[in-house]
Design a protein around this ligand. Structure first.
Ligand SMILES: Cc1cc2nc3c(=O)[nH]c(=O)nc-3n(C[C@H](O)[C@H](O)[C@H](O)COP(=O)(O)OP(=O)(O)OC[C@H]3O[C@@H](n4cnc5c(N)ncnc54)[C@H](O)[C@@H]3O)c2cc1C
Length: 138
């Protein structure tokens, strides 16, 4: 369930997600993502999109930050615009368990260089998680 919807900028909106039945959410490793499935009125097909988990683990919610894909001359992005324009606090979404192997290994001491493109949140999450653990050379 969407417990909070926060407009971060003109094109980025964050959604805070908790289990609709109040159950604990599955833990995750920084860098992982969830898949969201949508059956949108007027769309012929089910749409599934992935969104990175944009907060440190150990919270009682997932946060995703979604960039609205403006099509300009092409059609607008279906799911990102649906999330921005139609999904509100209190709505229930179909969300998978966390997945993905683009993760940092806390047991390895080799230096890591993080380069971010597109404004997504994985680099910040890795810093939030591993910075306090002293695993990252600054
Ligand atoms: C592992 C992973 C993690 C991700 N994490 C994030 C995240 O944290 N935040 C985030 O915002 N996104 C993330 N994404 C991307 C996200 O899954 C979606 O791909 C994104 O939101 C666009 O989906 P959409 O349905 O809005 O666009 P779609 O409808 O899939 O369209 C995609 C693009 O194609 C263009 N397009 C559509 N039709 C045409 C056409 N006929 N001709 C030319 N162009 C066209 C659209 O304008 C749009 O720019 C992630 C993807 C992956 C794989």
């Amino acid at each position: 369930m969407v417990t909070e919807k926060v407009k971060e900028s003109d094109v980025i909106t964050s959604f805070y997600l908790k289990a609709a039945d109040g159950a604990e959410i599955a833990d995750f490793i920084p860098g992982q993502y969830v898949s969201l499935q949508f059956n949108i009125d007027g769309e012929n097909y089910t749409h599934i999109r992935q969104y990175s988990l944009a907060d440190a683990p150990g919270k009682d919610y997932y946060r995703i930050s979604v960039k609205r894909e403006d099509g300009n001359k092409a059609p607008d992005g279906i799911v990102s615009n649906y999330l921005h324009n139609q999904v509100e606090e209190g709505d229930t979404l179909q969300v998978s368990a966390p997945a993905g192997d683009f993760i940092l290994h806390s047991d390895r001491l080799n230096p890591v260089v993080l380069i971010s493109g597109g404004g997504f949140r994985e680099d910040k999450i890795h810093f939030e998680f591993f910075g306090p653990m002293g695993s990252l050379a600054k």
